[in-house]
Design a protein around this ligand. Sequence first.
Ligand code: ZN
Ligand code: ZN
Length: 271
Amino acid sequence: MTNITTDFHMHSTFSPDGDDSPAVLCQAALAQGLTAIAITEHAEWQPDAGFTGLPETEVYFAEMARCRAKFAARGLQVYTGVELGNPHQFYDEATWLVESYPFDVVIASLHWLNGHNIHMPECFADRDPYEVYTEYFIQLARLASDFHFDILAHFDRIIWRGTLLGIGFDPHRIEWVVRHALATVAEHGRVLELNTRSVNDPDNWNEAMVTMFRWFREAGGNRVVINSDAHRRGEVGRNRAIAQQMLAQAGFTYPANYFQLNPAIQLDMAA
Ligand SMILES: [Zn+2]
Ligand SMILES: [Zn+2]
């Protein structure tokens, strides 16, 4: 059982790696019993990303306006959004994008470390994995302090990649640097996302995540969000019941500590 009925991080075909249209994702959200979603497309400036900025921004907003009108009548609030890859390292470009378009929610992610995509095994090549994790969390603190955004996405993603390589992860081994990054996220008022893509997989994952969310709370962090990061219809709203249990174990209560978007504010801004 869960009372989470939102999902503010997912990708449609306006992202290079998304499989379904915004309308199909909206339909999937309704089927999951969700009441509010944001469709947050990738924006990247790293040369190896294969694209620059957010391609087709105008077409995306036109399509989102259509979905917003169509699905509001069926009880689903549809919000616009963007997931910025390493925006602190592409400050001018990322600032231009978020100031030029009326995104309802701005997500930031660390997708790149030392020029390598963190989803790829190359970022661990010939390195001590805990040294790589340490560098990652140092960069995460810079991202949280140097760029203005709402939600920090999948702060655990590189560890997930490492664990798939059989490296494993014990947060206590690099406790000071993880705590420093999470304290910086808290200090700057960012929302910390529990990304449900890797929940339960691999083993011991949830325990490590609960530990790190507890450290976030101990550092003064008080706003969290559960997001699926869906790239196709079947992933919308996934694993949110277990995610809510994990956040409760870490000391976060619903709805007091949960990020929300306010439809009234959005309508005021549009007027
Ligand atoms: Zn991402
Ligand atoms: Zn994403």
